[in-house]
Design a protein. Structure first.
Length: 350
């Protein structure tokens, strides 16, 4: 088997054609070839890229992320790429086939991780069920021996997981709210508390639809404040790591006590529809005597004409935050990938 690879994403020293030199495999029919041995399959999957690909464009990174192999990105100053060539080749051979090593430059570091400022540095993504991220600590000088030792710690699970997080305390410009504030560092403690039902909103401060529903969500939280085992929370998805796959904001997810399996809200964002969603999935029945449900009847009509879009209910998460999400490289239809809803002639939601 011979693989010819495009030179578009690779450095000049990368080998662009490979021969499979494993054990001889006889195949008499097309079906035999299709169902080839695991050895050939693994060889094809690994060698679809060079030993150390150079990340020049995001679509290559997306293909690597979808391969379900842990990806380690070594960000280097532009003038140091060639000087690190022997080091990266040695690392890639030592980590093969558990971690795919990729090299990149200052431009991609600023685009993907604007909060990381020191070069060289390493970021590792684990694209399995854990979807964890590891970042080389900037206070340590990156050396050949130290970097490889740290990458092996990532493999054996002894390295510290990196969680991007805002400060847990409110800043002076932030006002108190009946909605519980969650940040990356408090996600497990608050959202995954096995004794509480939690409705979590993931929002973006610059999203007009997040801002439009902000006070309605706070009204709902205030009305349900008397429910002892229910928490209404929110997290800024642009400044905190969230261990979920999502492609739009705002989005609401319910975590029932004990099970903590995320249940995504797919209806129209209204206070009464969210209340019904909570009542449907809650572990602890709501005490309807503790609040007046009529207070949540929605009379607000959104002004869609101002947005220039046709009845949008969510804002696609694109731009830098699309690339910094834990699973950021799923295809998005940015030409109009919105979830519209319709009204009948009397203006009622269908």
């Amino acid at each position: 088997i011979l693989i010819f690879r495009r030179s578009r994403f690779y450095l000049k020293h990368n080998q662009l054609d490979l021969y499979f030199d494993g054990e001889k495999t006889e195949a008499s029919t097309f079906l035999d070839v299709y169902n080839c041995t695991r050895e050939i399959k693994d060889w094809l999957l690994w060698n679809a890229f060079p030993l150390v690909p150079h990340l020049r464009e995001f679509d290559l990174f997306g293909r690597l992320m979808r391969s379900q192999i842990a990806v380690a990105i070594l960000f280097l100053p532009n003038k140091s790429l060639r000087r690190w060539q022997n080091v990266t080749n040695a690392w890639a051979e030592a980590l093969k086939p558990n971690i795919r090593l990729v090299i990149s430059d200052e431009e991609h570091l600023r685009a993907l991780f604007p909060y990381l400022r020191i070069l060289p540095t390493i970021v590792v993504y684990q694209q399995n069920k854990s979807k964890r991220k590891f970042v080389w600590k900037p206070e340590n000088s990156l050396t050949k021996e130290g970097g490889l030792a740290w990458l092996k710690q990532v493999l054996n699970g002894s390295a510290d997981v990196h969680v991007r997080s805002e400060a847990a305390q409110l800043a002076l410009h932030q006002r108190p709210s009946p909605v519980t504030r969650v940040v990356g560092s408090t996600f497990i403690k608050i959202v995954l508390d096995p004794t509480k039902d939690v409705l979590l909103e993931i929002y973006a401060p610059e999203c007009p639809f997040s801002a439009q529903f902000e006070y309605d969500y706070e009204d709902l939280a205030a009305v349900l404040a008397g429910q002892p085992n229910l928490v209404l929370a929110r997290i800024d998805g642009t400044r905190n790591d969230v261990p979920l796959d999502y492609t739009s904001v705002p989005i609401f997810i319910f975590y029932a006590a004990h099970s903590k399996i995320p249940i995504f809200f797919e209806g129209i964002r209204r206070r009464h529809t969210l209340l019904n969603f909570i009542a449907e999935h809650t572990t602890f029945p709501l005490d309807y005597d503790a609040f007046d449900a009529s207070e949540l009847e929605d009379t607000t009509e959104f002004e869609y004409e101002e947005t220039g879009l046709e009845d949008p209910t969510v804002l696609p998460l694109i731009g830098l935050d699309y690339y910094t999400n834990l699973n950021p490289f799923e295809d998005l239809d940015t030409s109009g990938g919105l979830i519209p809803f319709q009204r009948d002639e009397e203006g009622q939601d269908l």
